[in-house]
Write a protein that binds this ligand. Structure first.
Ligand code: FES
Length: 682
């Protein structure tokens, strides 16, 4: 580079340098370390290298760009323009060469490490740096006088054309490679998987010619009750389809310990549970690919997050050790293996699977994924992250230290074991309000924006019907019943006389509250029973006790803020979570929702290989707290059974809502107060 050579300034990176006239823009970018994509290696066929030159005066950069700063539009660009069209002002970076001083913008689509903004409330962005990338190569034909294998000639082409010194091949791919080479007339695109900077890349897929069908990955949150998957474009980072299925292992036991017991009591039970969960993942893979309209053969990566029992059963490891102290995992480290080794049939055999590390015997890769997504270890203030599911993952920490535990809440929060409970699907009640004066409910169902007392609700829900209550609906229903004075602090539902509403009807020796009776039109009668309240009390007590145990360990009685996460965490209303006593008392505006944090953690690990190393490091520094053997857990559990709580004060909650002082048990006051007290709602 000489002083008189043209100056090239790239935006948005601001990287600059002088290059001899005639240097292709792509080469200048490479030499400066500018993030400009290329799959075809500058042959003018992939269009990944598009740039936008800027003309005129740029005092900020000290550059004036003349109209002839780049070489003239060439035949390759014209051919691409005719076939596919380029956006106005765009050039192909591998074709346009530098002639004079120039400012060149690299648009986000042309950056390999582009940032993907999450839709969730948190502003965290995911930087694209996937482990699998595409490379187009032109391979030498075989020559009898110089005998070499096809794979060796592909490796030579990668060395010569892409400076990749060494590659290994996934065995499952070898059989296809010869056909692909011949079909492509020795011009092929290969997918190389490189899980970390020092790894030897693995050849995991090959296509004849230039492959333009994209690459995809699955981020899978394998929960005890549901399996949720996000199909993600590994180029753009966008989720192209999301789907979920129930975990078929439920038939062997609703919660984790009953599945471990099933494996203990039934020879071969673990093998059976492994088989059904892998089949469910295969079905989910096929369905999600169909929904996105892509070939499952293009899904070359999968990242799993799961609790330790799901982790072992997925891998075909007997979980028996996880059912008894000291809860030893077969391995707590992160795992990288192929789809063939994992026994997943719907993915290409060479697809690469990554499983996040587990934190401890009861604190799994799902908790690690929450830590990756919510980063409590980077928080300035003390944050409690609660991932609500059949097993709750709970993290407490700030920059100084992070603690984690897992608490067996059971499936009630997901609408299971609830008399009118159902999965979150159209027709399910997801939000409910009960008027404290009249005790009349109004509600919203999934699939309709209107409340049940609004015009048009009946018509808009005619298709789906009103079918049951989902997880967020049951949390709101129980909390609203407490606010409206239909439920006393011990969790007893009052009678019609005690509460003053005919919606509280006798149900054997207890009572139930009727939310909606659709029996006239052949629909269900949707109620909250005393049994439902007990199931929710058990679940929320376990959650609270887990959080409280971490607070004890940390030596605090309060936290600065709470993040509610979980598959339906984004739908839980902070006010109702606090009335129920799911979480410790904090100012209401300090409770936020993070959506499915475990699933987001899986997506981050899928899109960014450095994040995998990061979480492997972070997990080693997290303090694990074991709830199962901690006597204080039981004490906290019992005190947390009351709604909101028997002993812990709730001053912040009291600022926004006055909870009626009712008691419906023996010696109760019969609901004198009846919920008619003043109430302020946030
Ligand atoms: S690098 Fe492929 S078209 Fe320019």
């Amino acid at each position: 580079m000489a002083d008189k050579d043209p100056l090239v300034v790239f935006t948005p990176s601001g990287k600059r340098g002088r290059f001899p006239a005639g240097t292709p823009v792509l080469s200048a970018a490479r030499q400066l370390g500018v993030d400009l994509d290329s799959v075809c290696g500058g042959r003018g066929i992939c269009s990944k290298c598009q740039v936008t030159p800027a003309y005129g005066d740029f005092s900020k950069h000290g550059v004036t760009v003349a109209p002839d700063a780049l070489s003239e539009w060439n035949a390759v660009e014209q051919r691409y323009q005719d076939k596919r069209g380029l956006k106005p002002g765009r050039r192909l970076g591998c074709q346009a060469s530098v002639q004079r001083d120039v400012v060149i913008d690299v648009p986000p689509e042309s950056q390999v490490h582009r940032q993907v903004v999450r839709k969730a409330a948190s502003a965290r962005v995911i930087e694209m740096d996937p482990a699998t990338r595409l490379f187009y190569v032109e391979v030498d034909e075989p020559d009898m006088h110089e005998p070499t294998g096809d794979l060796e000639r592909v490796a030579r082409a990668l060395r010569q054309q892409w400076d990749i010194p060494r590659v290994e091949a996934e065995f499952a791919l070898l059989g296809q490679l010869q056909k692909v080479l011949r079909k492509g007339a020795w011009k092929i695109t290969v997918a190389l998987h490189k899980p970390h900077a020092d790894a030897v890349p693995r050849l995991v897929a090959a296509w004849p010619g230039l492959h333009e069908g994209g690459l995809f990955g699955l981020a899978i949150d394998l929960g005890s009750t549901t399996i949720a998957a996000h199909l993600t474009d590994l180029d753009t980072g966008q989720v192209v389809a999301s789907a979920g299925v129930m975990n078929p292992q439920i038939r062997f036991g609703e919660d984790l310990m009953s599945r471990v017991s099933y494996a203990m009591m039934n020879p071969g039970g673990d093998v059976e549970m492994t088989r059904v969960v892998r089949e469910a993942i295969d079905t989910l893979t096929v369905e999600i690919a169909a929904e996105a309209g892509i070939d499952p053969a293009l899904i070359l990566e999968a990242v799993f997050v799961c609790n330790p029992v799901m982790h072992h059963l997925l891998l075909g490891i007997d979980p028996v050790e996880l059912g008894q102290a000291p809860f030893a995992l077969a391995t707590s480290g992160a795992l990288a293996l192929s789809a063939v080794e994992m026994g997943l049939a719907a993915l290409p055999g060479s697809a690469q699977v990554y499983i996040l590390p587990c934190i401890a015997g009861h604190v799994g890769a799902d908790a690690a994924a929450v830590a990756l997504s919510e980063e409590p270890g980077k928080s300035e203030d003390l944050v409690l992250v609660v991932d609500v599911g059949t097993n709750a993952e709970i993290l407490l920490g700030d920059r100084s230290r992070v603690l984690a535990c897992s608490s067996p809440t059971g499936p009630a929060f997901e609408g299971a074991q609830i008399s009118s409970g159902q999965r979150a699907a159209p027709g399910a009640i997801e939000a409910i309000r009960i008027d404290p004066e009249t005790k009349e409910p109004r509600f919203r169902v999934i699939g309709c924006e209107k409340w049940s007392n609004e015009d048009g609700f009946r018509e808009e829900t005619a298709q789906s019907g009103i079918t049951g209550i989902c997880g967020s609906g049951i949390i709101e229903a129980v909390a609203e019943m407490r606010i409206a004075g239909l439920l006393d602090p011990s969790g007893l539902i009052g009678s019609a006389e005690q509460t003053g509403t005919g919606r509280c009807v006798a149900d054997g020796r207890t009572h139930q509250y009727v939310i909606h009776d659709g029996t006239d039109s052949g629909g269900p009668r949707i109620t909250v029973t005393q049994g439902d309240i007990r199931a929710i009390q058990l679940a929320k007590s376990a959650l609270y006790a887990g959080a409280r145990l971490l607070m004890d360990e940390r030596g605090v009685d309060t936290v600065d803020r709470v993040v509610l996460a979980g598959a339906f965490g984004a739908h839980i209303s902070p006010l109702h979570a606090m009335v129920l006593g799911m979480i410790p008392d904090v100012p209401l505006d300090r409770v936020t929702s993070a959506g499915n944090a475990a699933g987001t953690g899986a997506r981050i690990a899928l899109c960014n290989v450095a994040a995998r190393r990061e979480i492997e490091r972070v997990v080693r520094e997290i303090t694990k707290v074991e709830t199962a053997i901690e006597p204080r857990f039981q004490e906290h559990f019992v005190a947390a059974n009351a709604i909101p709580h028997a002993t812990d004060p709730f001053p912040e909650l009291s600022k926004v809502v006055d909870l009626p002082k009712v008691a419906f048990g023996a010696g109760g006051d019969g609901g004198r107060d009846g919920g008619r007290r003043r109430r302020r709602r946030a």
